[in-house]
Design a protein around this ligand. Structure first.
Ligand code: PEP
Ligand code: MG
Length: 585
């Protein structure tokens, strides 16, 4: 929880402003608590050849002690610990178990006669460099796991505990405190999660760093990537953190401090008002009821959807169950995952998308990459080419439908014959289940993701034969504008407001109205509060988004007049004009 600042007295050091990357929104005002020892601060010296084996032994003991500490922490995780922490602690203790790492560091001690600390930091830097050049953002950031594990061992070698925050075990004084660190390991994050801290600031890290992931789950403002900030701040300096812009002010003037106290109070009031909206219906001023659903990637996120007041799950991206593993998930494993979500959602509709792999989401690193994977064997094309994988998933979905309302969503349908092939596969899955003693009363609806311009333009046969449609704007924009959604070089051309994109969306929504079938949107556009009025103006009445975006969108909807927006948007679209969002306020 963010603490408001009551006092205006502050440390009178020099004023400083630093810019990092805001990864959790919010403001914090409080005193700096600068976290300890880093890899850069260890002794570097050569040992004599006779002491090599003793030095290796010292290293092994320190690694074992650090591993024991991590295991103890993992075993005593409190029930309310962020769910990411358990697996992260396991990764760290596995790194300490890695015989290659121990072997390589001992080689440096044996052949170069480095002391253990020097050998450990040298090997760590090598590994970090290897991670730094990886093209995958997530893997690149995992280089920080290596660094954090090494720093833990260094602290054991230096005679302190493995934690960088042993000196912070002070009782909660009620004062607002802000952690300033080079980086924060998951294990240390655990010790910091007790509500004593109003913000986290780190020199390293990006949006997928542990600090960002865990701070987000704790809802505490965080700024990462601050460069050399830790070296510039002293314990007790007064800090102002702006998690929106990523700026951090050190010892600001009383005038600026007042301004941020006000901003913080306004922000907290807005959040409290938003929470009140949780159980309020999402209805426009002129009485149009809107459904707000949640996008999830793992079964345990269904709980977040429910907590945010979602009307159902609008998109369960099942491909995440299939990734980072050697064997595909069995029917039983999939059945349990789908049934869990359906049970948690207590009768609300659960839209489960069949496997959407290919393009940016590969299952197997060894598979030869297609010349143009975004236009290749992906999504439903992959599934129809691999009937065993597809029918296994369909069997699991049909079985799970016994526990509630499952809507099967097919990604990237582009040709009507693909709908017929999907129906055949569904029929085969039903027959296989019946042959194994299941009775025939499966109740699922079948829908299409509208992700290609072809489908959006020639939507009628899909609207005629399917039970629902869901617009996947992430891909629809990429295919309509010929802009790779993952390519930073052309990110400025990725434009949700392009008239061509809006006309396609309007075409799909209109077809839904004519054919009497529900049309939802589950791409990122649906979760943007700034675009909510525009989408209402296009006639959208079912939005699906990350659970944490739900209340912001609901707020926009309850303050909007749908009829007026529909007239304004229709006239702009007819004139093929670029829509200015400010004209819809
Ligand atoms: C989309 O394309 O809009 C979508 C929701 O699917 P994904 O982002 O998983 O491709
Ligand atoms: Mg998509």
């Amino acid at each position: 929880m963010t603490k408001t600042t009551q006092t205006k007295t502050y440390h009178a050091g020099p004023m400083l402003c630093m810019q990092g990357q805001g990864v959790v929104k919010g403001y914090a005002i409080g005193k700096a608590v600068v976290m300890g020892v880093t890899a850069l601060e260890v002794d570097h010296y050569r040992i004599s050849p006779e002491t090599v084996s003793a030095e290796c032994e010292r290293l092994r003991n320190a690694m074992a002690a650090a591993r024991d500490e991590l295991r103890r922490l993992a075993e005593t995780l409190p029930a309310d610990a962020p769910r990411e922490l358990g697996p992260l602690l396991t990764v760290h203790s596995l790194l300490l178990d890695d015989s290659t790492l121990i072997g390589q560091v001992c080689d440096l001690i044996t052949h170069q006669h480095y002391n253990a600390e020097w050998a450990l930091t040298t090997q760590g830097q090598l590994l970090e460099e290897q991670f730094a050049i990886m093209s995958d953002d997530y893997l690149r950031e995992r280089g920080s796991d290596i660094r954090q594990v090494i720093e833990r061992v260094l602290r054991v070698l230096s005679g302190t505990s493995g934690s960088a925050i042993h000196d912070l075990d002070t009782p909660d004084s009620g004062e607002s405190l802000i952690v300033v660190a080079r980086d924060i390991s998951p294990a240390d994050m655990l010790r910091l999660r007790d509500g004593r801290f109003s913000a986290f600031l780190t020199d390293l890290g990006g949006p997928a760093s542990h600090t960002a992931i865990v701070a987000r789950s704790m809802n505490v403002p965080a700024v990462v990537g601050l460069g050399h900030f830790r070296g510039l701040v002293r314990d007790g300096d007064m800090l102002v953190v702006d998690g929106f812009t990523g700026s951090v002010l050190v010892n600001p003037s009383p005038y600026i401090l007042d301004e941020y106290v006000q901003r913080q109070a306004d922000f907290l009031r807005e959040r409290q008002e938003l929470v009140r909206l949780r159980d309020a219906p999402a209805v426009t001023i002129d009485g149009v009821a809107v459904e707000l659903h949640a996008n999830i990637e793992q079964p345990d996120e269904a709980r977040l959807a429910l907590d945010a007041g979602a009307d159902g799950i609008g998109l369960f991206r099942t491909e995440f169950l299939f990734m980072n593993r050697r064997e595909l998930p069995s029917e039983e494993e999939q059945f349990n995952a789908y049934a869990d979500v359906v049970r948690v959602m207590q009768g609300r509709p659960v839209t489960i998308r069949t496997l959407d792999v290919g393009a940016d989401k590969g299952l197997d690193e060894d598979v030869v990459v297609a010349t143009n994977p975004a236009l290749g064997l992906r999504a439903i094309r992959y599934c129809l080419a691999n009937p065993e994988v597809f029918v296994t998933q369909l069997r699991a979905l049909l079985r799970a439908s016994r526990f509630g309302h499952i809507r099967i969503l097919i990604p990237m349908l582009t040709n009507v014959h693909e709908v017929h092939e999907v129906r055949q596969a569904l029929q085969a899955a039903k027959e296989q289940l019946m042959a194994h003693g299941h009775d025939a009363a499966f109740d699922v609806s079948l829908g299409a993701m509208v992700e290609t311009p072809a489908t959006a333009i020639a939507i009628e046969p899909f609207a005629e034969t399917l039970d629902f449609l869901s617009i996947g704007t992430n891909d629809l924009i990429q295919y309509t504008l010929a802009v790779d959604r993952g390519d930073g070089e052309v990110a400025h051309l990725y434009d949700p407001l392009h008239p061509a994109v809006l006309r396609l969306i309007a075409n799909v929504i209109n077809a839904g109205e004519r054919y009497g079938i529900p049309v939802a949107m589950c791409g990122e556009m649906a979760g943007s509060a700034e675009l909510a009025r525009l989408l209402l103006g296009l006639g959208l009445t079912s939005f699906s988004m990350h659970p944490q975006q739900l209340l912001d969108v609901k707020k926009e909807i309850t303050g909007a007049h749908s009829t007026a927006l529909r007239a304004a948007v229709a006239s702009a679209l007819n004139r093929s004009e670029r829509i200015h969002l400010s004209a819809l306020d």
